[in-house]
Every structure is written in structure tokens, then in C-alpha cells.
Design a protein around this ligand. Structure first.
Ligand code: ATP
Ligand code: MG
Length: 601
């Protein structure tokens, strides 16, 4: 018999988080997606393709043409495409015309070096303009843009460059000296290293060239060669939350999905100022930090500095950001700093707040309303999906804690695996199963590099299985339960750590929580929570008991944590995601596994 399945929501309780109803009077722009059912029914990917230009003369589809050249050729030539804010407070603007010039030059640099179609070009840099120029210039030549997160240490960098077989590395002279120089011999595929540095500083480093000097010397005219929409364009490594990071391959026509999904889920409108806080070292920072805003001809804000709540509020206000795309970990950090700080900043321009990367606690959705007058719109996707798959749309009621509803053109199902070769659909509302997607959207990954078997195993019974467990309610809203690897099995219940963490977060003393299943001879597993406290709270036994009681009242005895440990911080990876597998390994005294993406604490 199948074990009874528990939503993790505990014994029936009144919904704690009422629906946030869209107030049309509050809207500054008519949302792009109003009649959800009608738009979904009428949507087709070939229609979505028509919103883009394609290369002149039927030359196919190239991401960089859609992002840069087509705007630079028209009235948007003098519009600011990127506004870069340096750590030190300087500001640099790049119009679409400037981007055309720089990306053409870089495409010519690569061509002169004999780099082109299918050649991986790795870029290891912080959020600096040259990263964006290198990415788009590489795409023009048909090379494969492979971002490497700049905070990685030498080992993860070495592993990724070698898996990608990168031919070119673009990096800064500082990062090169610190992380690459000593590794050069173990990077056999690398033929060219281009260093970004202050004029005159890039010299005498054997085997390197000066990126800026090469750019300055290069011709600023470049014709993008015909590009097969199915040609490989991007190689993204996953976040390594559940294990060793995988290299997911994406093609040029992914841009159709980047463009269309941003229109619906981020509600891009002409004139928007968009800020995606994700680093381009991760898929969000590329799909929505580089590509989507440019394909829409918007102005994108790039902040070089690391998270700082006051700085962020300052940027939202000074740049008059209209659409802001961030992540739960940042929102939780802002919540930790407090509402008073948020209230100091008046942000009348802000229209859409969105979040991705991890489950967004209902508390955080509602906090958005208190702090900004608008809720955060959670959306769900993966490195593998290349673009947003499920979202809360500005014109739709929000059910805090839900990921929202599928994007037009995306066929989502809840399934249960039967053996290795087939699945059955879970049709009953509010019943757990694995989140599955019907393949066929343009930004779907085309493989895991050097791991065909793993790729093949993702597809069962005509679906791509995501590895995430979820439910769908009667109205078609999806609710995240947990990653299949993280879900806790306790006394016949399946418990999603997210729901337990969300309840703990409601307690005023709790800043962060990570929840795991701890093996137990009777219950199979018991729920164990790790809690980091807000400033001003002490980790006492009395507080522990209070939290245990608080969670039991909310969740019921079967789901509430039986043990709570206090810790100064919860381990997260560099993408800001809670690494529950690490909490578990530490709890059990087991090897920590791949920690290449672990954030330094
Ligand atoms: P790895 O695959 O290497 O373990 P990862 O899955 O964290 O790492 P990503 O592709 O960056 O790598 O993340 C996708 C995953 O993040 C999703 O499968 C899901 O588990 C989680 N996720 C993303 N957005 C949401 C969301 N809105 N709600 C809940 N979970 C989310
Ligand atoms: Mg994953």
C-alpha cells in the first residue's frame, strides 16, 4: 500500500495567509497577462517567435541579434541598455549603440583568434560591463557562453572549465592571479586567456592577452553569421544544491522563451527599468539578467556590489526601478533588517516584485505588501528549463506560498513514477507527486554535458521529471513541497521542509531555518530544524521549547519539528539556497559531498 501522504500543512488549520487580491486601481500599467485562460488557449511558440526578428535574410535566430543589434539599428540606439553601478559608487551607461559597438568588437577579437561556432568561451568575472560584452559578443560568433561564478575557488573553476572544455577564458587580472595562474597546466583545453584590467596593468603574465586592448584595436563592424536556432548557445552549471553540479546545454532559440516568459511573468513594458539581482554566474542572471531585458529593449541595472539592504533600497529609489527580480534569501535578509528600514525609502516607481530560486515563504510575500505596498510574485524554474515555467502574474490573485500557475505554452503535470519507464498522472487536487513538464518549449535544455545517461533518465512517459515534489489545487495553482531528495518521510507522512521552515520563520525570533529528516528507528525519520536567530535573541532552552510549541500548534504534532538546534547561520550555496543535504551530512557525521558551491561562512 502506498504510504498515506501528507501535504506538510499539518492538521487542518485555518489558512493563515489570505489570498492577496489584485487591486486593478493600484496598477500603473495594464498587465500583459490579464485573461489567463484565453491567453493560454491562444498561445503558440511559433507566435511567440514572431515577436522576435530573426537574422536578416532568413539567417536563423541568434540571441545577440535579438538582444542588441535589432535595437541598435532602430530608434533605441541611444537608449540606455545597461546602467552599471560600481562598488565604489561610480556609474557607467551603455546605450544599445554602445553595446553594438563593443559586442561587434569582441566578436571580431574571437574570430581573429580562430574561435567560433560551438567553441566554449568561459567568463569568470564579477558583475562588470565586460562580462555582458563578452557574453553577447561570444554569442554573435556562435561560440558557447559559459559563465563561471566569480566567487568560486580554484577547484570548482578547474572542474567546470574542464567539463566545458573551454577554449577561451575571459577573466579579470585580479581573479587570474588569485585563482587561475596556478592551475594553468591542469586546464589543457584553454587556448586563450583574455584579461580585463586597468590600462597598463595587464602585462607580462605569460599566456594571456589584454581584453581591453584587443577590443580597442578591433573593427566595430561585424555581421552575425547564419545561426541555426538549434545551435548550442549557453552552457550553465546547476547550483549544486543536491549534489555535483551538472552542465546544462541550451540553444539559441531559447531566446523565444526568455522573451515571452519575461513578458508574462515579469510583465515587461516599454520604458521599464529592470533590476535582476542574480549574478550572471547562474542561469537567472543570464536568462533574465542579460538576455530578456535586452530583447525587450529595456534599461537594465547592474550592481557590482554584494548585498546590502540600505544600498539596495537606495538603488531601487535612485534608479527608479520598475521591475525587480530577486531571490528569497535576499528578501529574508531584508526582512531581518526590519520594516523600519524599508519604510525610510519611498519607492513610487516599483511596479512588479518577483522572486525565484527557492520556495518563497508566505511570510515574505506578505512582507512585500507591508514594505513596498506590493506582494512578491514567486516563480518556479530550473537551470534545465532555461526560463520561468510557473509564476504568479501581476493580474492574478496571489495565494501566498504558491508558485502560481504555468506559463502559457507550458504543459505542467503532477505525476507518480511507476517503475523506471512510465508515470501516472495525479489528477486529484492537493495530492503530492513529482512536478513534470511536457517537453517542447524552446529553452528546454538539450543535454547534460558529458552525461547522456543522466539526461535520458530525466524523461519518463513523455514527461521531463523535475525532481521536485508539488501539489496542484482545484484552481490550478501549484504548491512546492520540496525536492524529492529533501522530503522527509515520517510515520507514513511525507513532509516538505519548506512548510516547516516557513512556520518557524513566522516566529519573531527566527531569522532563518533549515529542516531535515533525521533517521529514527520508529518513525523512519523525525523532523529536525536548525534555526538562526535574529539579532537580540539568545539561543536558550526556554526559546527552544517555545519554538517547538509554536510549531506544534501551527503544524500539528506529526509535522512539527521534534528537535531544534540553534546555529549562527544556515549553510547556503552561492546561489543563496539552503543546503539541507549538508545539514543532514553534518548531523549524521557523514562526508559532506560536493561543496564546490557552498557559500563561505
Ligand atoms: P542541483 O540541480 O545542482 O542540485 P539546483 O536544483 O538548486 O541545483 P537550479 O537549477 O539553480 O539548481 O535550481 C532549480 C531548483 O530550485 C528547482 O528544481 C527547485 O528545487 C528550486 N526552486 C527554484 N525556484 C523555486 C520556487 N519558486 N519555489 C520552490 N523551489 C524553487
Ligand atoms: Mg536541480
Amino acid at each position: 500500500m502506498r504510504p498515506s501522504i501528507h501535504s506538510g500543512r499539518g492538521e487542518p488549520v485555518e489558512p493563515r495567509w489570505p489570498t492577496i487580491t489584485k487591486d486593478p486601481a493600484n496598477s500603473k500599467a495594464v498587465p500583459n497577462l490579464v485573461d489567463y485562460e484565453r491567453v493560454c488557449a491562444e498561445f503558440s511558440w511559433s507566435h511567440a517567435r514572431a515577436a522576435l526578428d530573426g537574422l536578416p535574410g532568413g539567417g536563423g535566430l541568434n540571441i545577440a541579434h535579438e538582444a542588441v543589434d535589432r535595437h541598435a539599428a532602430g530608434v533605441a540606439r541611444h537608449r540606455i541598455a545597461l546602467r552599471w553601478l560600481s562598488k565604489e559608487g561610480a556609474q557607467r551607461n551603455y546605450t544599445y549603440g554602445d553595446l553594438l559597438d563593443r559586442t561587434n568588437r569582441f566578436a571580431n577579437v574571437l574570430t581573429r583568434l580562430g574561435v567560433g561556432k560551438g567553441d566554449p568561451v568561459a567568463v569568470l568575472a564579477g558583475r562588470i560591463p565586460e562580462l555582458y560584452i563578452a557574453a553577447l559578443g561570444a554569442l554573435k560568433t556562435g561560440s558557447v557562453f559559459t559563465p563561471l561564478f566569480s566567487a568560486f575557488g580554484p577547484e570548482p573553476i578547474e572542474a567546470r572549465i574542464n567539463i566545458a572544455r573551454a577554449k577561451v577564458l575571459v577573466t579579470t587580472d585580479a581573479l587570474y592571479r588569485k585563482k587561475i595562474e596556478g592551475l594553468r597546466r591542469s586546464l589543457p583545453s584553454l587556448e586563450h586567456v583574455l584579461l580585463i584590467g586597468e590600462p597598463g596593468s595587464v602585462k607580462n603574465l605569460p599566456g594571456t592577452r589584454d581584453f581591453r586592448a584587443l577590443l580597442a584595436q578591433a573593427d566595430n563592424r561585424f555581421t552575425i553569421p547564419p545561426t541555426d536556432p538549434e545551435a548550442i548557445a549557453l552552457l550553465h552549471f546547476t547550483s549544486g544544491t543536491t549534489g555535483k553540479p551538472k552542465g546544462a546545454v541550451h540553444v539559441h532559440q531559447a531566446v523565444i522563451a526568455h522573451h515571452a516568459t519575461a513578458r508574462f511573468a515579469l510583465d515587461f513594458h516599454p520604458g521599464d527599468v529592470f533590476w535582476c539581482t542574480a549574478d550572471p554566474g547562474w542561469v537567472t542572471g543570464t536568462s533574465y539578467g542579460i538576455i530578456a531585458p535586452l530583447t525587450h529593449g529595456l534599461t537594465s541595472i547592474i550592481d557590482e556590489a554584494e548585498f546590502d539592504a540600505e544600498r539596495w533600497y537606495g538603488i531601487l529609489r535612485a534608479e527608479q526601478v520598475t521591475v525587480w527580480y530577486t531571490a528569497p534569501t535576499a528578501i529574508r535578509m531584508m526582512m531581518r533588517v526590519g520594516l523600519e528600514t524599508a519604510k525610510k525609502f519611498d519607492l513610487p516607481s516599483l511596479r512588479v516584485l518577483a522572486s525565484v530560486g527557492e520556495p518563497l515563504n508566505p511570510e515574505a510575500v506578505v512582507w512585500g505588501v507591508e514594505a513596498f505596498g506590493r506582494p512578491f510574485h514567486d516563480n518556479w524554474w530550473q537551470t534545465e528549463t532555461g526560463g520561468i515555467m510557473i509564476a504568479n502574474y501581476p493580474a492574478m490573485d496571489i495565494r501566498p506560498g504558491s508558485m502560481g500557475r504555468p506559463l502559457p505554452g507550458i504543459d505542467v503535470a503532477i505525476v507518480r513514477r511507476i517503475g523506471d519507464a512510465s508515470v501516472e498522472l495525479v489528477e486529484t487536487p492537493d495530492t503530492e507527486g513529482e512536478l513534470a513538464l511536457r517537453p517542447g518549449w524552446p529553452s528546454m535544455f538539450r543535454g547534460y554535458l558529458s552525461d547522456d545517461e543522466r539526461y535520458r533518465k530525466c524523461f519518463v512517459g513523455g514527461y521531463y521529471l523535475t525532481g521536485d515534489l508539488a501539489t496542484r489545487d482545484r484552481d490550478g495553482y501549484y504548491w512546492f513541497i520540496g525536492r524529492a531528495d529533501d522530503v522527509i518521510k515520517s510515520s507514513g507522512h511525507l513532509i516538505g521542509p519548506f512548510e516547516v521552515e516557513s512556520v518557524l520563520l513566522e516566529h519573531p525570533a527566527v531569522a532563518e531555518a533549515g529542516v531535515i529528516g533525521k533517521p529514527d528507528p520508529v518513525a523512519l525519520e523525525i523532523v529536525k530544524a536548525f534555526v538562526a536567530l535574529k539579532p537580540g535573541h539568545e539561543p536558550t532552552d526556554a526559546l527552544r521549547r517555545e519554538l517547538l510549541g509554536f510549531a506544534r500548534v501551527r503544524l500539528g504534532a506529526a509535522v512539527a519539528p521534534r528537535e531544534i538546534d540553534f546555529c549562527p547561520t544556515i549553510p547556503k550555496n552561492r546561489a543563496g539556497k539552503i543546503m539541507r543535504r549538508l545539514l543532514k551530512a553534518r548531523e549524521l557525521g557523514l562526508p559532506e559531498g560536493d561543496t564546490s558551491t557552498l557559500e563561505a561562512s
